[in-house]
Design a protein around this ligand. Structure first.
Ligand code: PHE
Length: 350
């Protein structure tokens, strides 16, 4: 009987050494520790022994059973570790947490043109201001001479929040805050207000190639004593000639906006034909670019500035539109597409 125990132990050890995977281990477990295995056989064989022998032999069989079980568990753990190591070795050599390699990155075309405009206006002494995207009804409409229920509100439907605030439908929404910020320096120290404020605007629009619900404008204002339409024309012509790197002609046509009086649409000579007339300008020689005008007295008053003493001009440049014209982008939706294939093509010096 004793020799049978050591035979089982030796055979088991030899087989365990050869085991290469979990399937082999399971087969060994069933073979040696299963119901029909040698350990069970040995247990059964004890019935013919004396009580004394049963005791010592039973102990030995139990020890054998425990030993086999332990060795099996040990080898199982060892093989598992080997499998994991093998898997690690087989995986490609990269860091899964690294960001995608997209080259050096590039600026969005709107950012490029916005920065260029900022640079030009800064060089002419304008401050560049940033403003919120969520504003009050007062800032967006009432302070701009558009009272509640005025039909002019229909021109700019936007998105309203539950608390009565709204997503600004034009950068003009910052005008009131700008006047209030700079009026003391104007009134007390005679420093003219000269500021531009680019920003994202929103309108409740159905989108197509020319319309987006999210777009960029760049507002500009200048307020001082004796500001006239000539000042407006000068600054606009200088800025646009710089952006397009061409000496452009500009013209004003009448346009209605409740916050300017008189109000204009500013056109530039066609970039393609230079003013002779072509399909791009519908043979008129002109492209409509930017609404503007002399700031309405009520708007100055709302900003704490006396319209009897001061005058000013304001313009609302469609930055998104300017970008499309500068780079020849035909579909406005490309700009919000997030498509790097499209948006990485533009550079500063085009
Ligand atoms: N805020 C106007 C718009 O978005 C544009 C504008 C700005 C007109 C300033 C005149 C003066 O339609």
């Amino acid at each position: 009987m004793e020799s049978k125990i050591s035979l089982v132990r030796d055979e088991f050890s030899a087989e365990l050494d050869r085991a290469e995977n979990s399937a082999d281990l399971e087969a060994i477990r069933v073979k040696y520790l299963g119901k029909k295995g040698p350990v069970t056989e040995l247990m059964k064989g004890m019935k013919d022994l004396s009580n004394e022998e049963k005791k010592s032999f039973g102990q030995k069989v139990n020890e054998l059973k425990a030993e086999l079980t332990d060795k099996l568990a040990e080898k199982t753990a060892f093989l598992k570790e080997q499998e994991i190591l093998k898997e690690i070795e087989a995986t490609p050599d990269f860091d899964i947490s690294m960001p995608a390699n997209l080259g050096e990155g590039s600026y969005h075309p709107v950012t490029l043109v916005q920065r260029q405009c900022e640079q030009i206006f800064k060089s002419m002494g304008f401050a560049v201001e940033d403003y919120a995207e969520i504003v009050s009804d007062y800032e967006c409409f009432e302070a701009l001479n558009i009272p509640k229920h005025h039909p002019a509100r229909d021109m700019q439907d936007t998105y309203y929040l539950d608390n009565g605030q709204l997503l600004k439908s034009h950068t003009s929404a910052a005008q009131n805050a700008i006047y209030k910020k700079y009026k003391d320096a104007l009134i007390n120290d005679g420093v003219p207000i000269k500021a531009i404020f680019p920003g994202r605007c929103f309108r409740n629009e159905a989108t197509d190639a020319c319309h987006e619900n999210t777009f960029f404008q760049m507002e500009g204002v200048m307020v001082d004593k004796d500001i006239s339409i000539s000042n407006l024309i000068y600054f606009m012509k200088t800025m646009l000639s710089e952006v397009f790197r061409k000496d452009l002609k500009v013209r004003l046509r009448p346009g209605f906006f409740p916050f300017v009086e008189p109000g204009f649409e500013l056109d530039i000579s066609c970039l393609i034909c230079g003013g002779d007339g072509c399909p791009s300008c519908k043979h008129s020689g002109w492209l409509e670019l930017c609404p503007c005008g002399m700031i309405h007295p009520e708007v100055l008053k709302a900003g704490g500035i006396d319209p009897e003493e001061y005058t000013g001009f304001a313009f609302g440049l469609g930055l998104t539109r300017l970008v499309m014209m500068k780079y020849g982008i035909k579909d406005i939706r490309d700009l919000n597409s997030g498509s790097l294939k499209t948006l990485t093509q533009f550079t500063d010096d085009e």
